[in-house]
Design a protein around this ligand. Sequence first.
Ligand SMILES: [Zn+2]
Length: 275
Amino acid sequence: MPTLPLVCWTSFTWVQVLGAVAGGLVLCQLNLYLTTAVLHRGLTHAAILYPRWLQRSVVAWLFFTASIPPLTWSAAHRHHHATSDTPDDPHAPGRIGFWRVLLLTWYYVPRWARANWAVARQRYLSTVQHERFLHWLDKPGTANVNFYGQLALSAALGPVGIVFWLARILPYALLSGYVNSAGHTLGERPFDNLGTDARGLLQTVLGYVVAGETLGHNHHHRYPTNAVLRAEGFDPGFWFATTVLRGTPVRPIIRPPLTVGANRRDARGRFDMPS
Ligand SMILES: [Zn+2]
């Protein structure tokens, strides 16, 4: 009698494979919206407030379906705000190039966190120091078992399992890299900081795919604790957060007029506002 993996490798149909691709892509799209709404605007910047159970559930969901260690993501992102495009920035397209950041953000983020964990805990994670569940998810052992275990299981399940893994993980990783590369190189720079806002049809369409992250990345670097990322126009991530997830903006929403030069450098000469 054949084992389960052998059955999966020999008795699949192409309809099942196509269904797995479609399911993986839908999951990827959902996860991009959950990332901006809860991981980015909620856990990292405290711009939108969610019930604690919802925030933990979404973070755990992203850990198991997109292999994102939440505290690693959060601390590396806060450090990116504080050090944009300097040698300390975990992913700076101005220094290491557009394509490297797009293709390798998934590698740069945990690399920075593991090399700077003491700094991450002290500077960026003090508000979640008692969140034992989040710290457990972030342990390298837990994260590695989750990632490699799912990879091995998907391979054992045959072509259907493999394409499902690829369709939900690969575009998520590349589109997250796109946010960090395009969000600092493509489009407009209405405020005097290193982020950019999408311009033109293609960048705008991709901006909706990544839940609004690149539609107002320049505005976000000017006002990182603002619940909306865009100074003007519809913000799909904000809509998702406040309508589907029913999150509440913590502070008044700032939608300032777009005036070039409205920003000033801080005391250390940086354009970006500290997060
Ligand atoms: Zn941010």
